[in-house]
Design a protein around this ligand. Structure first.
Ligand code: NAD
Length: 396
């Protein structure tokens, strides 16, 4: 990492240039996650599981996960959280780098026999310790490893974006269905108490009739050589990586599906980072009720903000979808309140996600963010790209 870059714990890249104050806040937030794991994000998991129409049941034993891809998100964010899970445990590692795999295996007590590389991956089907494969690879590899895992008879948790095309998403859903296995997408905000509380308030009329969502997500991309900036591996630019949070927020806060999109992109192609993928992209989504959402994503400026406005008030979240340190405000009746989610079990979004996946796999119930959720986002993302390329409104 260059000296101009700082690890960014509030965005998905893991790396961004940050101002000193922001960097210090991020460092403290991350230390809090690493050491205590459970501190951030009180409440909400029980509410998530029940409020979201899931039939998931607690499994009789902890289900074993194989983590595929030992990059930043897998090793720094997800793997440490197994220690806090009630229904999930780390069982196997899949990596192209045997030394790295052995290092993490030693740190987390994974036996040598449960280490796989990308060629031996399919043997995971014979491993009774592995119930769930968690795909944490570059985006264009999600479809292949999800399908291989399903064919090996394993349930799959796949990171966002689900894949890089609608066709891939459909093939993943079909493969898991054919194998009779559960497929869930790593949409952690659906397990995050502030976002869950915002969804509930909006749904229950706290801001009146829902009229408008504004959602911004972005960070400053560093190294031009990283996979996120390569079309073949990332599938696209800021929209695939960060704009997907803006699309998600518009959907889960309005509770509606968009019917049309109008989009514009702006990318400096002389910047070596953006030779292959878009930087700034902005769009308008039209919803059947007449609600509108403005969304955007960027790889050249920092954003993490969501607002939903109704005819009686509004909800503001900034940051809206970080790893920790969320802020939620309700503005109504001439006043503004900073809200904490209602008290509940001390579970953070990562633990909530892992355990919900285990519960869904064990019970055969549909997870609250199943493959169809990822497919719907990919339909919208493809429509956003088409609208920006063709300069016209596209119906979804
Ligand atoms: P990363 O670059 O840190 O890790 C990627 C891993 O894939 C590395 O271990 C790398 O060795 C491996 N890999 C295998 N084949 C590769 C290839 N051909 N090219 C490059 N790497 C290859 O990336 P990350 O930030 O951990 O992201 C991984 C996935 O997780 C992405 O899909 C990303 O969108 C997702 N993610 C989600 C969140 C979230 O909050 N839900 C956060 C970060 C990342």
């Amino acid at each position: 990492m260059s000296r101009r870059e700082q690890k960014c714990f509030n965005c998905d890249s893991g790396v961004a240039r940050a101002a000193p104050v922001e960097a210090e806040r991020e460092r403290r937030v991350t230390e809090t996650i690493d050491r205590r794991g459970l501190l951030i994000g009180l409440g909400g998991l029980a509410a998530a599981a029940t409020a979201c129409n899931s039939s998931a049941q607690p499994p009789a034993r902890k289900l074993g996960y194989a983590i595929v891809g030992l990059g930043y998100y897998a090793t720094r964010v997800i793997i440490p959280q197994f220690a806090n899970c009630r229904h999930s445990r780390l069982a196997a590692l899949v990596s192209g780098d045997p030394d790295k795999a052995r290092r993490y295996a030693a740190e987390y007590g994974v036996p040598e026999r449960s280490l796989y590389d990308y060629r031996s991956f399919d043997r995971i089907g014979d491993d009774p310790d592995v119930d769930i494969v968690y795909v944490v690879l570059p985006n264009s590899m999600h479809a292949e490893y999800t399908i291989r895992a399903a064919r090996a008879g394993k349930h799959v948790l796949c990171e966002k974006p689900m894949a890089v095309s609608v066709a891939e998403c459909e093939a993943m859903i079909a493969a898991c269905r054919a194998a009779g296995r559960t497929l869930m997408i790593g949409y952690r905000s659906h397990f995050e108490p502030h976002n869950l509380h915002a969804m509930k308030l909006a749904r229950e009329g706290a801001i009146g009739r829902r009229r408008y969502v504004h959602a911004e997500h972005g960070f400053v991309a560093g190294d031009p050589g990283q996979w996120r900036l390569k079309k073949a591996l990332a599938g696209g630019g800021s929209l695939m990586d960060m704009g997907i949070y803006s699309v998600q927020a518009a959907r889960y806060l309005t509770g509606e599906e968009p019917v049309a999109v109008t989009a514009r992109a702006s990318t400096d192609r002389s910047d070596p980072r953006f030779a292959e993928v878009e930087d700034l992209i902005a769009w308008t989504l039209d919803f059947p009720s007449g609600a509108i959402s403005h969304g955007m994503s960027s790889y050249s400026s920092n954003h993490n903000r969501v607002r939903i406005a109704g005819d009686r008030g509004r909800i503001d979240m900034e940051p809206a979808t970080p790893y920790a340190g969320h802020s939620l405000r309700l503005v109504r009746d001439g006043g503004e309140q900073r809200l904490a989610p209602p008290p509940g079990p001390a579970v953070n979004q990562f633990v909530g996600q892992l355990d919900h996946m285990s519960e869904s796999a064990a019970s055969g119930g549909a997870p609250i963010v199943a493959g169809e959720e990822g497919l719907q986002d990919m339909r919208i993302i493809e429509a956003i790209y088409r609208s920006a390329a063709e300069g016209r409104t596209v119906r979804i």
